[in-house]
Write a protein that binds this ligand. Structure first.
Ligand code: ATP
Length: 404
C-alpha cells in the first residue's frame, strides 16, 4: 500500500492559470487587422461620443472575446486621463442570461448598489425596462454593453430597445454602445431588419487562425505559463498544427498544450514532449466524443452504433438507406420500435454537426443524381468506448469490438 503523501515533484509550470480560458493575455498576436477595425469603431468613445453599435462574428476560439476584453480594458484605462469622461463597460454572456428580461434586470443590478438589487422575477418586462432606463440615465456617460454569445438570446426585444434608446427618447443622459458577439454566422441574417440595421452598424469579421498564427499565440502563452526550457522544440508546432486542423481554434490549441503539460506533470517527466501532445490529443478527442454521445438519446445512439458496425465491416461511407436497415435491425435487438427513415435522414445531419460523423455529397451528374454518404468522423474505438454502457443497458451486444 502506498503512503499517499502529497509532494511537489517536477512541474513544468510557473503559472498554469495562464493556460485557462478566463486568462486575458497582455497582448493579442495575429489579430492586427481585426483589432485595428475594432479600435477604430470604439474610438468615438474617447471623445465622449456614442460609438456605433458593433457586431463581431467568426468561428469559436478566434479571439472575439479576448479582443473585446483587451480593447475595453485599454479604453477604460485611457479614459482615466480625461476628467470629463466617464466610460462604463459590462460584459454579459447570454448563455447564462438568455432573455431580454434577464439582461435588463442584470443591468439594473449591476448599476445599483448591492443593498438595492431587484429580484429576477416579479416585474413585467416594461417595468424592468423603466428601471433600466432610470439606472442608465442616473449613471450617465458612455455605457458599453457587450452581449457575448448573443445568439443564445431567446428574444430580440432588448436589442431593439437598447440600440434605439436615444432615438426613442428613453435615454437622455447616458449614451449606449452595444457590442454583440456571435459564432453563429446565420444569427445576423435571422434578425428582424430593424434590429439588424441598428445592432450591426459596424460588423467586424474574425478570421480563423492558421498554424503560424497559432504558433505565435502559443509561444506567447508559453512564456507566461511554463518554466524555461521545459518544452521540447516540437511541442508548440505540433499543438499549432492540430489547432489549425481543428478549424483554427485558439482555445483548442491552448487546451491541448495544457493537457500535454498536465500529462508530463502527472508522470513527473522532466520535459513536456511531442509524445505528451499526441496522447493529450487522444484524451481530449475521447472526452469530446464522450460528451457529444452523452447528450444523445437512445435512438440517436443506435444510429451511431449502426454506422460504427458498418465502419467496422469496411462498409463506409454508407448511404442513409444502408444505415437505416442496420439501425432497424439493432432496434429489434434493443427491443425498441424503430423510428422512420425520414427521422434518420434528418438526424444524420444533426450528428454530422456534432462532429460525430462526416457527410459527403456525391454527384453522379445527370445519370446518377445526387446523394449523401456518411462515415464515422471519430476513431471507431473511441466511439465504441463512449457507447458501451448504453449498448449494454439496451441489451445490444458489442461484439463489433472484435473488429477493432
Ligand atoms: N490572438 C490571441 N492571442 C492570445 N490568446 C488568444 C488569441 N486569440 C484567442 N486567444 C485565447 O484563446 C481562447 C479563446 O479565445 P476567445 O474566447 O476570445 O474566442 P472567441 O472568438 O470569443 O470564441 P468563443 O465564442 O468560442 O468564446 C482564449 O483563452 C483566448 O485568451
Amino acid at each position: 500500500m502506498g503512503s499517499f503523501e502529497f509532494v511537489r515533484e517536477h512541474s513544468p509550470y510557473k503559472n498554469r492559470e495562464a493556460l485557462l480560458d478566463d486568462y486575458t493575455p497582455d497582448t493579442l498576436v495575429g489579430r492586427d487587422s481585426e483589432l485595428e477595425e475594432y479600435h477604430g469603431a470604439l474610438q468615438p468613445a474617447i471623445y465622449g461620443e456614442q460609438p456605433d453599435n458593433i457586431f463581431l462574428y467568426g468561428k469559436a476560439g478566434v479571439g472575439k472575446t479576448a479582443a473585446t476584453r483587451f480593447l475595453l480594458d485599454k479604453l477604460e484605462n485611457n479614459a482615466d486621463d480625461y476628467d470629463d469622461l466617464d466610460i462604463f463597460t459590462e460584459l454579459v454572456n447570454c448563455d447564462g442570461l438568455n432573455s431580454s428580461y434577464r439582461v435588463a434586470s442584470h443591468l439594473v443590478n449591476t448599476l445599483r448598489d448591492p443593498a438595492n438589487r431587484i429580484s429576477e422575477t416579479g416585474y413585467s418586462r416594461s417595468q424592468v425596462y423603466e428601471l433600466m432606463w432610470d439606472e442608465l440615465d442616473t449613471h450617465g456617460g458612455i455605457i458599453l454593453l457587450v452581449l457575448d454569445e448573443i445568439d443564445h438570446l431567446k428574444d430580440d426585444s432588448i436589442l431593439y430597445q437598447l440600440s434605439r434608446a436615444r432615438e426613442n427618447g428613453n435615454l437622455t443622459e447616458a449614451r449606449i454602445g452595444l457590442i454583440g458577439i456571435s459564432n453563429d454566422l446565420t444569427f445576423r441574417d435571422g434578425l428582424s431588419p430593424k434590429v439588424r440595421s441598428s445592432l450591426c452598424e459596424r460588423s467586424i469579421s474574425f478570421s480563423t487562425y492558421d498554424a503560424n498564427e497559432l504558433r505565435a499565440v502559443l509561444d506567447q502563452r508559453r512564456e507566461v505559463a511554463f518554466k524555461d526550457d521545459v518544452l521540447t522544440e516540437d511541442v508548440i508546432p505540433l499543438c499549432a498544427a492540430f489547432g489549425a486542423q481543428e478549424s483554427g481554434d485558439a482555445r483548442k490549441a491552448l487546451d491541448l498544450l495544457l493537457k500535454a503539460g498536465d500529462l508530463a506533470r502527472e508522470e513527473n517527466a522532466e520535459r513536456v514532449s511531442e509524445e505528451h501532445v499526441r496522447r493529450g490529443r487522444d484524451l481530449l478527442e475521447r472526452e469530446q466524443v464522450a460528451r457529444g454521445i452523452a447528450d444523445l438519446n437512445d435512438h440517436e445512439r443506435l444510429v451511431v452504433y449502426a454506422l460504427a458496425t458498418l465502419e467496422a465491416e469496411g462498409e463506409t461511407p454508407a448511404r442513409s438507406r444502408e444505415i437505416y436497415s442496420r439501425y432497424k435491425a439493432l432496434s429489434v435487438t434493443a427491443q425498441r420500435e424503430a423510428l422512420t427513415a425520414r427521422w434518420l435522414r434528418e438526424h444524420l445531419d444533426d450528428l454530422a454537426m456534432l462532429g460525430i460523423l462526416s457527410v459527403s455529397e456525391i454527384n453522379e451528374g445527370s445519370a446518377g443524381g445526387k446523394y449523401r454518404e456518411y462515415a464515422l468522423q471519430q476513431d471507431l474505438a473511441v466511439v465504441l468506448d463512449a457507447l458501451e454502457e448504453t449498448l449494454e443497458a439496451m441489451g445490444v451486444h458489442t461484439s463489433v469490438k472484435g473488429y477493432v
